[in-house]
Ligand binder design. Structure first.
Ligand SMILES: NC(=O)c1ccc[n+]([C@@H]2O[C@H](COP(=O)([O-])OP(=O)(O)OC[C@H]3O[C@@H](n4cnc5c(N)ncnc54)[C@H](OP(=O)(O)O)[C@@H]3O)[C@@H](O)[C@H]2O)c1
Length: 304
């Protein structure tokens, strides 16, 4: 008799592996979704980042786990993948793996341009379309505010031609939040991508409320502070009250804190590990912490 994926995951091998890594079993509930304010299109809350982890060669050993990561993302109801030409080979790895799926339009593809000048920007964008093996990019972002006015101009031209659906800008450090505030007020954009984590909550003061006011979607990078948050809780047990909001791992604890903010549209944790992808997906399912629980989460993390 054929075994369904759900039954397989509940089976001894997968259960043993997942339990050993502290990950909850698959949850078949639909992923929570948030609207892109400018269009009303809904996105599932949890996506996938590709910085460093997707910069691999074309050997089957390196590619197989990444293919499994994308499968877990899709099986779990996720669709967003964020990449960039500056992530080494990541764009072409994403392009190959998504093309292999045979249904590339299922993915919401986000990438970036990091260039000075119109010619260099145009060349880089052309290469990215080629590496990503696509005629349409869902979200194109100016990477780290580089040559912002000129590159946004290029992106707007491509959007008018139907090659890009949404545009935005990105950064990843608190010290650039004031700059991001200036840009998001000044330029009409669909998305703002920035850093936000349970231990680094500066975005709650400025960027999140501003994006909500202006009707700009948010994409959250560095949700685990590049993995640093896990090192801080190594060997520590989750507080027992985490189950009250369907939280069964540290990954889910860190992500559910962010997901509970109503101005968060999408979160893009990076991983090369399919078990971690499954873990992260669970954070977009079930209950989210309420204000009382959020306060307890902060107190808990600040006292670690
Ligand atoms: N300026 C920008 O535009 C900018 C800057 C920074 C980041 N970003 C985007 O945001 C994405 C995320 O940020 P990031 O890559 O810096 O770091 P991150 O997502 O905060 O952390 C990634 C690290 O967490 C580990 N991890 C993931 N899920 C886990 C889980 N469930 N349990 C335990 N460990 C887990 C990963 O290792 P494993 O592989 O072992 O799972 C990896 O080492 C980037 O990939 C990129 O797409 C954009």
């Amino acid at each position: 008799m054929p075994v369904s994926r759900r039954e397989f995951l509940a089976g001894t091998v997968a259960a043993g592996l997942l339990k050993a890594s502290g990950v909850a079993l698959a949850d078949d509930r639909p992923m929570l979704r948030r609207k892109i304010p400018g269009s009303g299109e809904e996105l599932p809350l949890i996506g996938l980042g590709t910085s460093r982890v997707f910069n691999v060669d074309d050997s089957p050993e390196q590619r197989a786990p990444l293919k499994a990561v994308i499968n877990e993302l899709l099986e779990g109801g996720g669709i967003v993948i964020d990449t960039a030409p500056s992530y080494g080979l990541a764009e072409s790895v994403v392009g190959d793996l998504v093309a292999d799926l045979g249904q590339p339009r299922k993915i919401f593809l986000a990438t970036k341009v990091a260039a000075n000048g119109k010619e260099t920007g145009t060349r880089q964008i052309q290469n990215s379309f080629k590496d990503l093996r696509t005629g349409v990019v869902d979200l194109y972002q100016v990477h780290n505010l580089r040559d912002t006015v000129r590159q946004l101009g290029l992106l707007r031209e491509l959007r008018a031609e139907g090659k890009i659906r949404y545009i935005g800008v990105t950064h990843y450090v608190d010290s650039q939040h004031d700059e991001l505030v200036t840009w998001v007020r000044q330029e009409k954009m669909d998305f703002l991508q920035f850093n936000y984590s349970i231990a680094g909550r500066a975005a709650e003061q400025t960027l999140l409320p501003l994006c909500a006011d202006l009707g700009v979607a948010t994409m959250i990078n560095r949700p685990f502070e590049r993995g640093r948050l896990f090192r801080g809780v190594k060997g520590k047990s989750l507080p027992p009250w985490a189950v009250e909001f369907d939280c069964h791992s540290w990954g889910q604890f860190f992500l559910k804190y962010l997901a509970a903010h109503p101005a968060v549209t999408n979160i893009i944790p990076a991983t090369a590990n399919p078990h971690h992808m499954l873990d992260n997906i669970q954070a977009g399912k079930g209950a989210l912490p309420n204000s009382r629980q959020l306060a307890k989460m902060i107190e808990f993390v600040d006292n670690l």
